[in-house]
Each structure stands twice: as C-alpha cells, then as structure tokens.
Design a binder for this molecule. Structure first.
Ligand code: G4P
Length: 285
C-alpha cells in the first residue's frame, strides 16, 4: 500500500511524547477491543520503556466477549496490566484505580523508602486516533476536561487532572499514529474507522468484511439482512436489496449498501464482533 503518514508530523509527535513520558509513572494505552493488535502502535513499547503499563481494551461493548477474555490474557501474559472498558458508558472504569496502584507498586514502594509519602501516580493516556482517548478521559475524570483533536503528538501547556489523592492524569492524550506493514492490518483499521477509508474503496472494504463474517460469524448476515448467497458479491447485492439501496435508474446501489454495511458494523448493529485473535499473529510485535 502506498500511504504517507506525514513523516514530519510523526517525528515531531514522537519527540513531544518522549518529553511527556519523562513526566509520568504510568502509560495508559487504549486499544480497540475489536482489533487489539492492529490498533496498537508498537513504538510505544520503546517510548515507554521503564514505565508501568496499563492497556485498556476499550470499546469492549462492540467486541466479542470470548475474544475480550483471550486478549486480556494475551496482554497480561506479556506483562501488561489490562482492564476491559467501555468509555462511553463508563463500564469497567471503576476497576482502574485499584489496577493502577498495583501496576505502580514498585514506584510507590520506592517513594516510601525515600520518605516520600502520598505522592500521586502520574499517568498519561495514549492511543491511535478514534480509539476513544478523549471519551475515556472525560468519563474517567467525570467532567468534560479532555480536549479533542486528531493531530499526532501532545500539545503544549499540559495540565494535570487530579482524579483522586493517588492519581493524576495528563489532560491531553498522546496521539499515536496508526502503523501497519500489511494490507490486513490496514483493512482492519479502516473497518473500525481509524484510518481514512480511502485506502480502499468502500465496496472493497465491505467485501472484505463480508468475507470475514462468512468465515468467523456465519449467521450474522443472514440474521440481519436475510441473505442466502454464498459469494461475497452476491451477498452484497442481497444486502443492497434488503436495505432498499437503489440508484435513480432502479439499479442496485452497491456503493450505498457498502457504506450502510460498514456503518452497521461500526455501530455494533451487526452484533459484538472481534476482527482478530491473538493466535493469528498477523502483525509483528
Ligand atoms: P480519540 O480521542 O481517541 O480520537 O477518540 P474519541 O474519544 O473522540 O472517540 C471516538 C469515537 O469512539 C466516538 O464516537 C466515541 O463516542 C466512541 N467511543 C469511545 N469509547 C467508546 C466505547 O468504549 N464504546 C463505544 N461503543 N464507543 C466508544 P463518535 O461517533 O465519533 O462520537 P459520538 O457519536 O459517540 O459522540
């Protein structure tokens, strides 16, 4: 694929994040529970070397619960602390405080040995665009204090949000850039809406989704759109019929059907669907 990710921006963003990471004890990394590996930028492991690490499986409400459990175990196995959350509803957020204390045990202990008592853990939220960073900060802090914006890197003039006596959060999230070496990861990121759909046209993206669903969630399309075709194009045509996607001349509008299908997937109307499993290892770690 021939995609440019603003290399200038990236270098600047990386430098800014390096500076911010110096200020903190803990990195709270959000990933999308539907694509936990594809929605990570592994550069954060180098950037965050030596820091306590917490991964939030965000949007877990949209993902397959069995897969959520597998992913939590996968990351825990690699030494990360993990909490499954839905930042939109607030589900799972309560568990975070306890896990943060656990993740930062060494730092708290070190402070105590030095006679420093009650110094709050300082944390920063990071993740690729659209993964839910602002939503998380707003819900977690309980007020509308996170700024939005999709430019990589952390802006100047950071402020600390005091969440309680033992935890402070940098108000601006670190925006990591999506990273993908292969087309499969690109398609997954496009499906969840984290990179521009233009990398593929929406028809192609919809066909990819249909092929995936046929294999992994075979009843979903039949239940939702009453389809029975066996090939992806045939299924897309039936979806177009079911959703009354017709052009002015009365022909099936497959482009519209593709958009509707992808929107239905993104908003959870197709059910709880996870696009990748730990065992696949489609992406270099
Ligand atoms: P970002 O800062 O990382 O770029 O992401 P942001 O918080 O802006 O969230 C991106 C979208 O994801 C928002 O939807 C937000 O509501 C949604 N979102 C965040 N966390 C969750 C979650 O845990 N579950 C679900 N289902 N959705 C989540 P949007 O369509 O852009 O806005 P809105 O229509 O929800 O207002």
């Amino acid at each position: 694929m021939n995609i440019q990710w603003y290399p200038g921006h990236m270098t600047k963003a990386k430098r800014a994040m390096k500076e911010d990471i110096k200020l903190i004890d803990l990195i709270i990394e959000l990933v999308d529970a539907r694509v936990p590996l594809s929605s990570r930028n592994p550069d954060i492991d180098d950037l965050g070397a030596g820091k306590a690490r917490l991964i939030l499986l965000n949007k877990s409400d949209l993902a397959d619960e069995r897969c959520n459990l597998k992913w939590a175990a996968y990351f825990q196995d690699k030494g990360y602390f993990v909490v499954k959350v839905n930042s939109k509803s607030g589900a799972g957020l309560k568990a975070i405080n306890g896990v943060v204390q656990e993740a930062c045990k060494e730092k708290i202990e070190r402070d105590r040995r030095r006679g420093i008592l009650n110094r709050p853990v300082r944390a920063m939220v990071v993740g690729i665009p659209n993964v839910g960073k602002s939503t998380f900060i707003n819900s977690f802090a309980g007020k509308a204090c996170a700024k939005t914006g999709n430019k990589p890197g952390v802006t100047k003039g950071n402020q600390w949000i005091r969440l309680n006596k033992s935890l402070e959060l940098l108000d601006t999230p670190g925006i990591l850039w999506p990273k993908f070496e292969d087309q499969v990861v690109g398609i997954r990121l496009a499906l969840i809406g984290s990179i521009n759909d233009e990398i593929l046209n929406k028809d192609e993206l919809a066909l990819e989704l249909i092929r995936f669903l046929q294999k992994q969630y075979p009843n979903v399309l039949e239940d939702k759109y009453q389809t029975d075709a066996s090939d992806a194009v045939g299924l897309l045509k039936q979806i177009a019929k079911a959703r009354a996607c017709l052009s002015k001349g009365g022909e099936l509008d497959l482009a519209k059907a593709s958009r509707l299908l992808i929107d239905d997937f993104r908003s959870g109307k197709l059910g709880k669907i996870t696009l990748e499993l730990p065992s696949e290892n489609t992406k270099a770690e």
